[in-house]
Design a protein around this ligand. Structure first.
Ligand SMILES: [Zn+2]
Length: 842
């Protein structure tokens, strides 16, 4: 599973906030060891026959479930079945239904079988039921939850701007909302689902479409068969009007289900899939194991994407138009991530949510591997570096990767499991080297195929292949928490002709053990030393006939750590030119940016970096963002380079960033370029130009933004239009701007509008209007589903409302400030200042 942008941002804020809540609320979960579910009965096969009541958002289901006792004989069966109405529970023998005794409490269906069955002895139960996903009761209380398992989107077609769809979301244990099952990740079942739907809709499920039957009453019944076993949370259904675009991989169907207007773009969005399948098949040594691979885009989807076996669901944001795709395909990471799950998660499944790393860390690392393979080492390193820093900034260091204590399984999907886990795998790859790494993955997949596994199973595969005991690595990185915080310094002693490297671990608690490379550069000569560090202070001595130009600790730049180095600008300039990895150059840019106003050599390095033909666009954009335009010397030195990049760089994202930087010059002579660039086919360029124009001439920018509002634009440009309109509109526009906010549905778009709307409210002086605006924000805040509310409260209360109160206070509007304060929690524990991430989904 992959969380979307809002969740990525929210995920960062949940850490502090949930700790706070935990201290207030019960801490009982901290004493509950989350073991794998005991396997009393095993699922064998699940056959479902379903139809839908769109007017009630109900599903009528019949389930034939084949099971057997796992080992010990038993006369009872406990199924997960959330919020259902149960009509019949029977044993089927020779086609005859014999009713069984059962009890049902809205969560669990406890069935007394007709006799005791021996371990491995199959039996078949039948259940007739109604799934009511909007009416799940927990302990007698109706829960308003985003977790419904089965979702009816615009079921009655009342929203003319939204198609009617049905889709499901199983992970973690929500598929038992729509079919009775043992909803645990250490179960596996084959399945067969017959869906009866109105004729105009397509259906999708796992496996192969075995048959389609026209019922002659405006409905059709599609039967999907999945003949290979997979975990219950990976079972899916989707129903809606779709264009289906088909590719193939070795004769297996690879298809993309998109809304009809995106049919011409489906291959631009998803078309790399067959190449990805070939790549992942090659590196794992396991040819894609499933009968087909479909990807479908679903409206109002609650996460970023979900790797249902052979049928991945993507959030509607995946549907980018041709102007968005001109800048970049933001969904490439997500496509790679979900696909790698087909091996790690689906072929071999984490036996419990405690072991989720076996699914998510691998999938996260799959993104890095794909970027490295497809776009080069810099691209892989860039991805690795960014993901490492998402973890380091998440303040999650106290959490283990394999975690047996958690409050809720849904809370396992955090930066530790994804971004830290992916980096640990990259360190492991570096440590055992590529060939052993992939051979070990192959052994793990082969040994555990169609079964579940725990983190030790991965260790055993690596130990078997490498011949090494790797308990230390697993104990430290998988079962332990945290990361080293290190201080690295070096000294040269000319008398003994030696260079010393002093590595201090400054984190509290345990000392980390790691192997890394120290590269010693003397002129063009580089000597690499493989070293081990395992003390609080390690002093390493190396021969060096003269003072080295650079001592580059962690030469492969993969160590998961926070580090302080004591290099000079000269060292960094040398590092930029000679060490040369993405991170080497990025570190040099960081250092030079810190002294750009003081040292002409630093500025020269930044200028070199702006022109570097070796750079992927990411690093060029990074240099532009680092320039201190407020400093006159910097401004004069870089201006010609920036205007050149703005007009001549082949990459639209680099041109866009250069235009954004030109906006900081506030120079009238640039206005014609901004006006022309607003019409650029690249959304990124048009958006930067509109914002840059606004800084120069807000009336002209507002005029352009209002004209563009009428056009159908997406992505960054649509965000820049909204920002401009709310930034520069006069207070007299209050009614229309408030209505625009109010009319948006309670989703991500509205969430993103919070900040521009709050900025507009800062300028609203009319007390009635101001209160109306605040009430709208508060109403949005208070009507969020509880799960999102928990994530979003720190941002809305802190960055939005509290900021507004402060702004009103400082402009002397104390009554308005007091009104905002009256809407804030009495004693906010946190004034968390989250920020809206512009990153692609995580
Ligand atoms: Zn995932």
């Amino acid at each position: 599973m992959k969380n979307i942008t809002i969740a990525a941002f929210l995920l960062c804020s949940i850490v502090c906030f949930s700790q706070n809540r935990d201290s207030i609320q019960s801490e009982a979960w901290k004493k509950i060891y989350r073991a794998s579910a005991t396997r009393i009965n095993d699922l064998v096969h699940t056959k479902l026959d379903v139809s839908f009541d769109y007017s009630k958002s109900w599903m009528y289901g019949k389930a034939w479930i084949t099971l057997h006792p796992h080992f010990y004989a038993t006369d009872s069966l406990n199924l997960d079945a959330k919020g259902m109405k149960i009509n019949e529970v029977s044993m089927i023998k020779g086609g005859r239904h014999s009713p069984l005794k059962y009890s049902y409490d809205g969560r669990n269906l406890r069935i007394l079988l007709d006799r005791t069955y021996a371990g491995g002895e199959n039996y078949l139960v039948f259940i007739d039921y109604v799934a009511k996903p909007n009416d799940i009761n927990v302990k007698g209380r109706k829960v308003i939850s985003v977790d419904k398992g089965l979702y009816f989107i615009n079921p009655m077609g009342t929203d003319k701007n939204k198609p009617t769809q049905i889709w499901t979301q199983g992970e973690t244990e929500w598929n038992s909302v729509w079919f009775p099952t043992i909803d645990k990740p250490n179960q596996k079942t084959t399945d067969e689902i017959s869906m009866t739907v109105p004729d105009q809709y397509q259906t999708l499920s796992n496996g192969i479409l075995a048959s389609q039957k026209n019922n002659g009453d405006g409905t059709r019944t599609d039967t999907w068969e999945m003949n290979l076993p997979h975990a219950p949370y990976l079972v899916m259904m989707a129903v809606g009007e779709y264009a289906i675009i088909k590719d193939s991989y070795k004769g297996k169907e690879v298809s993309y289900y998109v809304e009809k207007e995106y049919a011409p773009l489906a291959r631009k969005i998803f078309g790399q899939t067959p190449e990805m399948i070939a790549f992942f098949s090659r590196i794992t040594g396991i040819d894609y194991p499933w009968p087909k691979y479909a990807q479908i885009v679903c409206r109002d989807y609650i996460s970023g994407a979900m790797e249902n076996t052979t049928a991945t669901v993507h959030h509607e944001t995946a549907q980018q138009d041709d102007r968005q795709l001109l800048d970049e395909n933001r969904w490439e990471f997500g496509i790679a991530h979900e696909l790698f799950h087909q091996w790690f998660g689906n072929y071999v499944t984490a036996e419990s949510w405690s072991n989720l790393t076996l699914n998510e860390s691998l999938a996260d690392f799959g993104e890095t591997l794909w970027m490295e393979y497809k776009h080069g080492k810099d691209a892989g390193d860039e991805e690795n570096y960014k993901q490492m820093h998402r973890y380091l900034q998440s303040e999650s260091a106290e959490k283990e990767l394999v975690r047996f204590y958690y409050k809720d399984p849904d809370q396992m999907f955090d930066p530790v499991i994804y971004t830290k886990g992916g980096r640990i795998l990259n360190m492991l790859r570096n440590f055992v080297r590529d060939s052993a790494f992939y051979k070990s993955l192959n052994l793990y997949l082969t040994t555990n195929k169609f079964q579940s596994a725990e983190a030790h199973d991965l260790r055993l595969a690596f130990e078997e292949v490498t011949g090494q005991d790797l308990n230390w690595f697993w104990n430290q990185w998988f079962y332990g928490s945290g990361h080293p915080i290190i201080d690295i310094s070096d000294e040269y002693d000319s008398a003994s002709q030696t260079a010393k490297v002093i590595i201090k671990q400054t984190q509290g608690g345990k000392i980390f053990r790691f192997s890394t490379a120290v590269d010693i550069y003397q002129g063009s000569e580089k000597k690499r030393y493989k070293v081990w560090t395992d003390q609080k202070v390690d002093t390493l001595t190396f021969p060096a006939t003269s003072k080295p130009d650079l001592i580059n600790f962690d030469g492969d730049k993969l160590l998961l750590c926070e580090k302080t180095e004591h290099k000079s600008l000269e060292n960094y300039i040398f590092q930029y030119h000679h060490a040369g990895l993405y991170v080497d150059r990025r570190e040099a840019i960081d250092y030079a940016a810190g002294v750009q106003g003081k040292d002409p050599e630093a500025l020269n390095l930044l200028k070199t970096a702006m022109k570097d033909p070796e750079h992927r666009d990411g690093l060029k954009i990074y240099v532009l963002q680092k320039l201190d335009i407020a400093n006159d010397a910097v401004k004069q030195a870089v201006e010609p380079l920036i205007t050149d990049l703005a007009t001549h760089d082949p990459k639209s994202l680099v041109r866009a960033e250069a235009i954004k930087t030109m906006g900081k010059f506030k120079q009238d002579s640039y206005k014609p370029l901004f006006l022309t660039s607003i019409k650029d086919s690249s959304y990124a360029i048009a958006a930067s130009a509109l914002l840059a124009l606004g800084a120069l001439d807000s009336v002209a920018a507002l005029d352009v933004a209002n004209q563009l509002t009428a056009q159908h634009v997406k992505g960054e440009l649509s965000e820049a239009i909204i920002e401009t309109v709310y930034m520069y509109s006069n207070e007299s526009e209050f009614d229309s701007l408030a209505a625009r906010f109010n009319l948006l549905p309670e989703g991500y778009a509205k969430f993103k509008l919070l900040e521009p709307f709050a900025n507009f409210l800062k300028r609203v002086k009319n007390p009635d209007n101001f209160r109306k605006g605040i009430d709208m924000i508060v109403s949005y805040r208070d009507s969020m589903p509880s799960l999102f509310q928990e994530f979003a409260l720190p941002y809305i209360n802190g960055s939005i409302l509290n900021e507004l109160a402060l702004a009103k206070q400082s402009s002397g509007l104390t009554e308005q400030s007091a009104y905002v304060h009256s809407k804030l929690p009495a004693k906010p524990k946190h004034q968390e200042s989250g920020e809206i991430s512009e990153e692609t989904p995580q």
